[in-house]
Design a protein around this ligand. Structure first.
Ligand SMILES: NC(=O)c1ccc[n+]([C@@H]2O[C@H](COP(=O)([O-])OP(=O)(O)OC[C@H]3O[C@@H](n4cnc5c(N)ncnc54)[C@H](OP(=O)(O)O)[C@@H]3O)[C@@H](O)[C@H]2O)c1
Length: 328
């Protein structure tokens, strides 16, 4: 019998709703448990979603010997510690973005995974989508020539006043929440590491950045600019400008078949073609391949660490009003 990986959800987070259907659709995976800080909440959640087991503490979930993989969708400041605790309990971890809040935390996560022989992988779902793979292929084939400039945005209006995203100590703020997407996409395509960054922020009354504008200067000369906000209508996009043309991605993070990426050159417009797929299935299958087949995960901890170093440097730049060099 092929091994079926058994999963447990670490909390009753809203984002679980995106993961549960593809987890159930995947033939090599099975959702068997959920934990909450509150036993009654865990029980009600398990009943509603038809999850067989529930636990009233995260510790109890990690102590379940039948669980192979933990999904960690906790508020951002708890990503590193609970992923490390899960790894030490012998569990693999799919951890929500941002994987951590400092590069040093990622180093500790890597050490815990190494010591326990487990995988910890950041859940950047768009990285696995056929659209992103088609964008990478078009760039590798030289369709827009040598990349020089990257622009990106991700904004929405955050209307929940009690959301952890408004709390600085919880890793709140627009940059950690949504700015991390264009920054990650820029890293993916720039083909080099960031040399310097600069950021400006508008802070909310509680102190988090509610709007952030940033620039990244990569070592190979590629320049990137992005913006993100909790205080603007929903908008996303990436624009990649090369020596031969521009690649426009209207829906880079949640691909939409009605808004496919296209390449503009002097006399030509070409749409990229790819098959659609479930946005969240790719990260599940990728981690399953890593666990069951020994493949390297598509998003390495080194990649996550580099992204987090850039985000951390951008925040320092905005606070200190100076150019900052990211360091790992
Ligand atoms: N990849 C994506 O598309 C995507 C989309 C949305 C969010 N995310 C990421 O997913 C994570 C969760 O986001 P979300 O919007 O789903 O969060 P959420 O609904 O606020 O859920 C977070 C959960 O964490 C638990 N928790 C533990 N300590 C907590 C504390 N001190 N304060 C608040 N909650 C606490 C709570 O569960 P219990 O009460 O059950 O313990 C809570 O339900 C974030 O890291 C976010 O960046 C990713």
């Amino acid at each position: 019998m092929p091994k079926i990986l058994k999963w447990g959800l670490l909390s009753t987070a809203r984002i679980n709703r995106a993961l549960i259907p593809p987890l159930r659709a995947s033939k090599r995976n099975e959702l068997i448990a959920v934990a909450s800080r509150d036993l009654e909440r865990a029980e009600a959640y398990a009943k509603f979603h038809a999850i067989p087991r529930f636990y009233g503490s995260y510790e109890d979930l990690l102590a379940d010997p039948e669980i192979d993989v933990i999904y960690n969708p906790l508020p951002n400041h708890l990503h590193a510690d609970w992923s490390i605790r899960a790894a030490r309990a012998g569990k693999h971890v799919l951890c929500e973005k941002p994987l951590a809040l400092t590069p040093n935390e990622v180093a500790r996560m890597a050490e815990a995974a190494e010591q326990s022989g487990t995988r910890i992988v950041e859940a950047f779902m768009y990285r696995h989508h056929p659209q992103t793979l088609a964008v990478q292929k078009a760039i590798q084939e030289g369709k827009i020539g040598k990349i020089q400039l990257i622009r990106g945005s991700f904004s929405f209006t955050l209307q929940r006043p009690d959301d952890f995203r408004w709390i600085p100590e919880y890793g709140g703020g627009a940059l950690w929440d949504v700015g991390c997407y264009p920054v990650s996409f820029a890293h993916l395509l720039a083909g080099s590491t960031p040399k310097e960054v600069f950021g400006w922020q508008v802070t909310a009354s509680g102190g988090v950045d509610e709007t952030f504008v940033g620039q990244i200067h990569f070592s190979n000369g590629v320049l990137a600019q992005f913006d993100c906000s909790f205080n603007l209508p929903h908008q996303t996009g990436m624009e990649i400008r090369g020596s031969r043309g521009t690649l426009i991605i209207p829906a880079p993070f949640k691909p939409d078949p009605k808004q496919k990426p296209f390449i503009l050159t002097d006399h030509h417009k070409e749409k990229l073609s790819f098959k659609s797929g479930d946005l969240y299935l790719g990260e599940i299958e990728d981690l399953t391949d890593a666990i069951l087949c020994g493949h390297s995960p598509r998003i390495s901890l080194a990649e996550s660490q580099e992204n987090i170093a850039t985000l951390d440097a951008l925040l320092r730049s905005a606070r200190e009003n100076r150019v900052v060099s990211p360091h790992l």
